[in-house]
Design a protein around this ligand. Structure first.
Ligand SMILES: NC(=O)C1=CN([C@@H]2O[C@H](COP(=O)(O)OP(=O)(O)OC[C@H]3O[C@@H](n4cnc5c(N)ncnc54)[C@H](OP(=O)(O)O)[C@@H]3O)[C@@H](O)[C@H]2O)C=CC1
Ligand SMILES: Nc1nc2c(c(=O)[nH]1)N=C([C@H](O)[C@@H](O)CO)CN2
Length: 240
């Protein structure tokens, strides 16, 4: 009997923070991992030493997205899951051009998942009932909007909607769900005042770190039934 090959988990934006933590989590479980990275941080060297397949990819153009998909197909005949983590959090105030902000936000949060889900669908199928998974990383602001990240919130809302569309298209072989975080990790540039204000916006008043996301990803991948749903990881922020 041929040995059953364990299909890799694909994580976009695996070079830092949540994507990097997810990659190491799966590698530590002896789960094969493919990551996309845009900037080659030293962490990418570490992932390669740990056995990950790391593929340089810039999703700012459709050609970049499609070229990445073709490289993935050249390296594997199947995928256990696709985790759409790659993202940019761009506020309108930083913008020289509002059109550019909206274009960038829709490109990374809508075009990339949309084109990759279609291109990689055949690799996710063929594993039996609920054998494949797609997880979209959205955001709590899908529910409430954002006055400072309008284009970001709109693009994440589109990604949230695509969760239900792809769930309908790919069931029952492939489950498609979304994770909608609020504050998980601060950025290094966040000063003490910002951090305190951000902590006060939730009921739980902590920035929990990557494990909150990892544990939910693990649950979603073990489910044989949950699809088309979004899971808030938000410390009760909607109730404030
Ligand atoms: N951190 C948090 O508190 C929260 C996170 N989230 C969501 O969780 C996910 C992970 O968050 P976090 O780890 O903070 O994300 P980061 O913003 O720290 O990292 C996102 C990754 O996406 C990559 N990326 C951005 N633009 C492109 C592009 N055009 N092409 C290819 N790769 C790109 C980045 O590459 P590079 O390093 O080269 O820029 C980076 O590695 C995101 O989807 C985010 O929106 C939602 C709410 C809260
Ligand atoms: N791609 C990113 N998206 C988001 C980030 C981030 O660092 N990168 N951070 C946040 C904030 O933590 C926000 O949830 C709380 O202020 C949102 N999205």
């Amino acid at each position: 009997m041929g040995e059953r090959v364990t299909r890799p988990v694909l994580i976009t934006g695996g070079g830092r923070r949540i994507g990097l933590a997810l990659a190491h989590h799966f590698l530590n479980l002896q789960q094969p991992v493919i990551v996309s990275y845009r900037t080659r941080y030293a962490a990418i060297d570490g992932l390669e030493r740990a056995g990950a397949r790391c593929i340089a990819a810039d999703f700012s153009t459709d050609n970049g997205i499609l070229a990445f998909a073709e490289t993935v197909k050249a390296h594997t005949d199947g995928l256990r899951a696709v985790l759409h983590n790659a993202s940019a959090w761009i506020p309108e105030k930083s913008a020289t051009s509002l059109s550019s902000v909206m274009q960038q936000m829709m490109q990374i949060h809508v075009n990339a998942p949309y084109l990759l889900n279609h291109a990689l669908e055949p690799l996710l199928r063929g594993q039996g009932h609920a054998g494949g998974d797609i997880i979209h990383f959205t955001d709590y602001v899908v529910e409430k909007g954002s006055d400072k990240h309008i284009a970001y919130a709109a693009s994440k809302a589109a990604l949230d909607n695509m969760t239900r569309s792809f769930a309908r298209k790919l069931a029952p072989e492939v489950k498609v769900n979304a994770i909608a975080p609020a504050l998980i990790l601060f950025n290094e540039s966040d000063d003490a005042q910002y951090r305190q204000e951000a902590l006060n916006k939730s009921l739980m008043k902590v920035a929990p770190g990557e494990k909150e996301i990892i544990d939910l990803v693990d649950y979603l991948l073990t489910s044989c039934y949950v699809t088309g749903r979004s899971f808030g990881v938000d410390g009760g922020r909607p109730l404030r």
